[in-house]
Design a protein around this ligand. Sequence first.
Ligand code: ADP
Length: 300
Amino acid sequence: MVELRAMNESALHQSFAGDVYNSAVYLKRCFPEINAAVVTAIGQDKLSTQMLERFNSESLDTDFVFAHDTKVPGMYYIETDEAGERSFSYWRNDSAAKKVVEFLTADVVEQLSAGDMFFFSGISLAVIDPNTRAQFWQKVEQLKQAGVSIVFDPNYRARLWQSPDETKEQYHHAFNVSDVVLPGVEDFEMLYGLNTVQAVIDFCKPYDIHEVVVKNGPKSVVTMIGEEQLSHNITPVTHVVDTTSAGDAFNGVYLGARLSGRAIDDAVNLAAKAAGTVIQQPGAIAPKDIFQQAMRVAGL
Ligand code: ADP
């Protein structure tokens, strides 16, 4: 999406963001040896061209960024209060990205099958045209059959859905097919009324999920890998500027670290460091130099 945020009373800063894209950016910045491809649809307009250029400038693979004939990208505006908590206004109901499943031909799915991992979120599910959901699940199933690890972050945004029941029905598919799930406690509280890490872990148990990583803001991260449950401490950041994309940065760096063979503890520490750095900067994508420097200090 096109991201807008106020610089002052008369100027807006424009950039690009979106939860899965944010994760890809942070994964690639930390683990440049991993090929990270973005699967989405943009338009043929000027902002779409700039968006594609931005993807390339972050060294992302853009082979699966499809250009829709008539649609344009979605847009959102971030407002941030004094505590750094954000609220969003969206113009995305008719975006090109809603049509992405139409571009996932058998040939594309075959190419994606060569990957190690396929990551999507609750926002991906909410955004895709509901008429293409069945097709989406079929394609995810094909990727799973081909040995691709399926990864899901529930990232619940109530206003993108018709009803909580509709969301739960779609999330049930997601939990069923996923090998790795990266939920936030806040999401589970809003959707399922579950407000503890343990309740989230227990919710996931009946599903065949190999790796559950529960994010609980500055309080903790709890991992459940197979039968082993571990709690990881987070060093709280005191100067929070904008919490946008904390979870996305966490996801990208965690997944990159795991794909690189790093142990759980190491992966969580790096991911938490990345998230803690991003929330000290405005917007979803932190400046590259500041981010890289913080990650070097963290031992990357
Ligand atoms: P989301 O962005 O999805 O709402 P969280 O609020 O749980 O997710 O934050 C994601 C990650 O960001 C946490 O797991 C933690 O590592 C980091 N984080 C969030 N808030 C803070 C904070 N105040 N201080 C340090 N780290 C934080």
